[in-house]
Design a protein around this ligand. Structure first.
Ligand code: HEC
Length: 170
């Protein structure tokens, strides 16, 4: 008997006004609770930016507008060095000279000890790490802002091999 009723209810054509009594076990678009657009305030997803919050600067703006909030202490530089070994050395090489394990797969692997790179403003290096380049991957998703700034301090300590030898021989 119960089976017969279920079968009849399930097979009744969707014509005419639906009978809510016969369909209480179906959560469909007729009987489900209607939630109108924007009727319920939902919390913002974590990490989202509110409209009107500061915009993320592009590379050119970051070059001039961002300064390193971290002090270049030995601990911060050491943190940057460890991050460099994990995230950058495979391409740019242990000493930054562009001879990492993956370098041969690229047409050009920049030497981070080149004078023009050492002269880059902190904000510019920060934005390069965050966004990557044509071939360099963006590391903004892998590294926190603090880690990126620590890396920037470490990059500042890289020196061309010649300079290091000169300093050592003095
Ligand atoms: C998968 C390889 C790869 C990794 C990993 C990588 N880079 Fe790069 N990087 C490149 C390439 C290739 C370029 C040249 C620009 C381009 O083609 O994107 C570059 C360019 C740069 C430049 C600009 C050099 C110039 O002459 O203007 C800097 C600075 C830099 N990388 C720093 C880093 C730092 C710091 C890390 C680690 C957080 C890192 N890169 C990780 C491949 C890599």
């Amino acid at each position: 008997m119960a089976a017969t009723i279920v079968a009849v209810a399930a097979c009744s054509p969707a014509q005419g006004p639906p009978d809510p009594e016969a369909r209480t076990w179906i959560r469909n678009m007729w009987t489900g609770p209607a939630v109108l657009p924007q009727a319920e305030a939902r919390p913002h997803p974590e990490g989202s930016l509110a409209v009107g919050a500061p915009r993320i600067m592009n590379r050119r703006e970051a070059r001039l507008g961002l300064t390193n909030p971290l002090e270049a202490t030995a601990a911060v530089t050491a943190e940057g060095e460890a991050l460099y070994a994990t995230y950058c050395a495979l391409c740019h090489g242990d000493a930054g000279t562009g001879d990492g394990d993956l370098a041969s797969y690229y047409r050009r692997m920049p030497d981070l000890t080149a004078p023009h790179v050492l002269a880059y403003p902190d904000g510019f290096l920060y934005a390069i790490i965050r966004e990557g380049g044509r071939n360099m991957p963006r590391l903004g998703d892998a590294l926190s802002a603090r880690e990126r700034w620590a890396l920037v301090h470490y990059l500042g300590t890289l020196a061309p091999p010649d300079a290091a030898t000169e300093a050592d021989s003095r």
